[in-house]
Design a protein around this ligand. Structure first.
Ligand SMILES: C[S@@+](CC[C@H](N)C(=O)[O-])C[C@H]1O[C@@H](n2cnc3c(N)ncnc32)[C@H](O)[C@@H]1O
Length: 235
């Protein structure tokens, strides 16, 4: 099952979130209208679409994803391809390669290859910026089974981050946090839509039980911080 509803009208595609995220991003890397940008696992491409407008980019940014959304951003050049396949044949060089909440989809072996190929596709002073969910004090609202699976996948993410930090000395680690306020009704819809990859393999019955748990556990408005680790690798 693939991830179709991640940024489907959720806080992750809201103007406010994208603005906050891009403001954070441009504090980490010097970009201007001549920058070339690649987003791997871009989803609907709204983040780099917004970045393109903000920086008035001369060249449209490139977005790669295995999922082709009909409502993807028009300000990007989109290619539907597996990231590894794309990078293996890629001849272009980028100032920024963004890998946001996508690395956990790859096997360990593939990650080594993926990062190696990303680094190869960077310009001289280019940067690869990787975002993953905060692994320690994560606040994503979850029912018990979802929490268990999330914990497991966060432990794996932690290992990936440690591996990359050790393999690429001179890297920088930062945190990005966004205050989310969402109605319980909307969050339940997101769970039903399996917005996060943790939910992709759940049986329908488990999702329904989980929703009942969320209904009882949370008030009408849910508040939490969506926290990300940001790992910056320089060429
Ligand atoms: C959690 S979403 C993140 C989307 C976007 N980066 C964001 O943060 O809003 C992960 C995305 O990675 C894509 N993806 C997963 N495996 C991929 C692969 N092998 N190559 C390219 N994209 C992939 C999924 O289709 C999905 O759109």
């Amino acid at each position: 099952m693939s991830l179709k509803n991640w940024d489907n009208k959720t806080w992750l595609s809201s103007t406010d979130y994208i603005k906050a995220f891009n403001n954070f991003l441009i504090r980490q890397i010097k970009l201007d209208k001549n920058s070339s940008i690649l987003d791997i696992g871009c989803g609907r491409g709204k983040i780099i679409g917004n970045l393109s407008s903000k920086l008035r980019l001369n060249k449209m940014p490139l977005g790669i994803d295995i999922e082709k959304h009909k409502d993807r951003d028009k300000r990007i050049v989109f290619t539907k391809l597996n990231a590894l396949k794309f990078l293996k044949n890629n001849k272009k060089e980028f100032d920024l390669i963004l890998l946001k909440q996508t690395i956990h989809f790859f096997e360990y072996k593939e990650i080594k290859k993926l990062i190696f190929l990303c680094m190869k596709s960077l310009k001289n002073k280019g940067k690869l910026i990787i975002f993953t969910l905060e692994t320690k004090r994560n606040e994503i609202p979850a029912f018990s089974l979802m929490k268990d699976r999330l914990k497991k996948s966060l432990r794996r993410d932690q290992k990936i981050i440690e591996f990359l930090s050790n393999s690429y000395p001179g890297n920088i680690k930062k945190k990005f946090s966004y205050k989310v306020k969402i109605s319980k009704k909307k969050y339940i819809k997101m769970i039903k839509d399996r917005y996060i990859s943790t939910l992709l393999n759940f049986r329908q019955g488990e999702i329904l039980e989980g929703i009942e748990e969320i209904r009882k556990k949370y008030k009408e408005k849910i508040y939490f911080n969506d926290k990300l680790i940001c790992l910056i690798l320089k060429k």
